[in-house]
Design a protein around this ligand. Structure first.
Ligand code: C5P
Length: 305
């Protein structure tokens, strides 16, 4: 891996949006140790970016604020390269030869931060390579490859509001889901997802029940939980400081995403969000603060092939 000038000049670029667990209920555990979840998920309109070009030989380059953190991680664990290799193997089994590519990852999202950066990168790599190579893979084939890359990768293929069940692979897209002005804040403390799951004291918590009919979404969210929040707070007390600081800005709603340590806040309008971002960045210069909006769901987006 090399740190590279940037993403300019690639044949194709894709955003790998940050994933936000608006709620995450742990409702059971499989025999293989994976936890059964019911999670209300949305995505930010910001994230990592991936560049794709046909190349004489396979290569991978990196840029972006968090590229150094990724370089320090095991190169074999890089989900962009794993996604490329799995998709290529899947195609080869079907007699399709997929040529060498130059992939570039602009790593804008903090690593191991509960907003699915690695999973989003994997999903965007699969979708981008399908487009670059111009090969047909049906949605169930793609979901199968995605799940091999990680429990959160199938939902990242969707990139829009949804409810995920099972270990994350059973997906119900949500239409008519609002977009919210949003802040994502991370105290720059990496948190290990398996460690947080292991710290859970209860694996069978009440399910995620969505009230029928028209909803006040903020009130609905307040009635739901992130069951990974108590163990994450135990491991990383600064999560409580982030959560408190966000609440003090007058946000409509604050919660931790995934296994942490990132917390998100939803705001009534972009002015309130921008004012909160200014205050938080000034008072806590070491924190990562992403000012964005969550992606809304639309009924007419439902068709897919
Ligand atoms: O699937 P992925 O590699 O992203 O998951 C990382 C780890 O998080 C797993 O090895 C497992 O320990 C834990 N996990 C879990 N139940 C899930 C998803 C992840 O226990 N539904």
């Amino acid at each position: 891996m090399t740190i590279d000038a940037g993403i300019a000049g690639f044949a194709l670029t894709r955003v790998a949006p940050a994933k936000i667990n608006l709620a995450l209920h742990v409702v059971g555990q499989r025999a293989d140790g994976y936890h059964l979840l019911e999670s209300l998920v949305t995505f930010a309109d910001a994230g990592d970016r991936i560049g794709f070009s046909v190349s004489a030989e396979d290569c991978f380059t990196l840029s972006g604020r968090f590229s150094t953190d990724l370089q320090e991680a095991d190169a074999a664990g890089n989900l962009v390269l794993k996604a490329r290799d799995l998709l290529r193997a899947y195609l080869a089994e079907r007699g399709i030869q997929a040529g060498p590519v130059h992939l570039h990852l602009e790593k804008n999202l903090p690593v191991a931060s509960g907003i699915g950066g690695g999973s989003a990168d994997a999903a965007a790599t699969l979708l981008g390579l399908l487009e670059l190579w111009g090969v047909p893979v049906d949605h169930s084939g793609l979901e199968e490859i995605a799940l091999k890359l990680g429990a959160d990768v199938p939902m990242c293929l969707e990139g829009r509001p949804l409810i995920a069940r099972g270990i994350g692979e059973d997906i119900e897209p949500l239409s008519e889901f609002p977009s919210f002005p949003m802040l994502i804040v991370n105290p720059r403390k990496a948190v290990s997802t398996p460690v947080i799951f292991r710290m859970l004291t209860s694996k069978t918590n009440p399910p995620l029940v969505m009230p029928p009919g028209r909803r006040d979404w903020i009130e609905t969210l307040k009635g739901l939980r992130n069951d990974l929040e108590p163990p994450a707070l135990g491991l990383e007390p600064e999560i409580a400081a982030v959560s408190r600081a966000l609440a003090e800005t007058g946000a409509s709603f604050v919660r931790m995403s995934g296994s942490g340590a990132s917390c998100f806040a939803l705001f009534a309008n972009t002015d309130a969000r921008d004012a909160a971002a200014d205050i938080l960045s000034t008072r806590n210069p070491s924190w990562y603060v992403l000012s964005c909006s969550s992606i809304g769901g639309k009924a007419d987006d439902h068709d897919r092939n």
